[in-house]
Design a protein around this ligand. Sequence first.
Ligand code: FCB
Length: 480
Amino acid sequence: MLFPKGFTWGAAAAAYQLEGAAAEDGRGPSVWDMFCRQDKAIFSNHTGDVACDHYHRFEDDIALMKQIGLQAYRLSISWSRLLPAGTGLINDRGFEFYDRLIDGLLDAGITPFVTLYHWDMPYELYCRGGWLNPSISQWFADYTTLVAQRYGDRVKHWMTLNEPQCYLTLGHQMGVHAPGLKLGWHDVLRCVHHSLISHGRAVQMLREHCKIKPIIGWAPVGEVKPPYTDSPADVAASRARTMSASKRDLWNNTLFSDPICLGHYPEDALRAWGRDFAKVSQKDLDTIKQPIDFYGVNIYRGQPVKADENGSAVEVEDVPGAPTNAMQWSIQPQALYWGPKFIYERYGLPMYITENGFAGYEWVDTDGMVRDPQRIDYTRRYLGELSRAIAEGIDVRGYFHWSLMDNFEWSDGYRPRFGLVHVDYQTQQRRPKESAMWYSRVIHSNGGHLREPRREALRITLPAVRDRAQAAEAELEPLA
Ligand code: FCB
């Protein structure tokens, strides 16, 4: 058995990346709506205004999920759809949309895993200081309360924040994601602290206001530095580097996870740049460390390290031509073994892989099919490594492929395609790629299909694809 009984197979997406309907039915602007309006902030000035038009097509999309056989779907709620200004005025039509989406999923037998914050802060709150303003944790708590009161009778699985490492580094330090700030280190750390308190307050509100007992986690980046070889020295260096936070950047695990899971900032971070921290009170730390039920983690890549003569980790540069995805992220399947292993060793919480996937540049072939053998190979290798961790007792409960369908990939716009389902943004036509059919088999066999080396996985199985391929074939002109 490669995966335990009851293992959850899902796919993930996020509100701004696929919903569209940005100015419809009373939704207020988020920082991403405004950032996309800055000339050249986004590849080709793309925006999420329409995205995959999921807001209007969610029923068809749920039908597709059902065809693939997804057991769970990770979605995020757009804060400014519910509260257009972030606080105060409530937008009923926004609440009704998520009613319909969640009910539709449940009717289809698909478990919703709901993320409260996937980067799209209401613009109004940004204008009031956003993550720099200590009031953000109260605003987030109030928003969470409304969400919990409304959906906590049906939704069991929750995640507070998605990847604070990304929205803080890319959005608040480097200025390449919304809201486009380039803050100094001291201010970045303030934003970190306020994010962590907001997480803690949201956990409290979910516990207080959900009708059914919530299962709560979060979804940070998993920064993994896999060992270059299996030698004890390389593994020790890899463990130490993966779990350290002494470099002056946020690309690490422990700066966020130690406060959340252990109740204090990591010692190496305090030693390295303690004076840059704003005053941190014990009360704050107590708020941050709420008991959580799982550790969600998003892992795509890894930077291998080896031990030098002193045992310290040194990064191993990629060899020229080493495989990457369309984002130029290196392919390192073993990250899905070492990442969960090191994180589990330190925090001992049940885990979910809340994101993992491959960006390609697929197009529709002349026969109407979308072929993506690299995504299949990528996923097969990563899942193989994950199963190795599980076999060693790492308590991983589920896997969410990023993403259900091609969508708005932040500053890269619509260029890279991460979906199991291809989206034609002109017509909004969805076409399941070969990987969707392959993943469907993986799900139905609870991972058994990963052992299957043959490509017969690619026989057309999903009705939507079969019908379309037949239609396309009938229309095809023979090539000259
Ligand atoms: C992660 C984000 C997600 C998506 C993937 C490719 O960093 O959480 O929204 O963009 O990367």
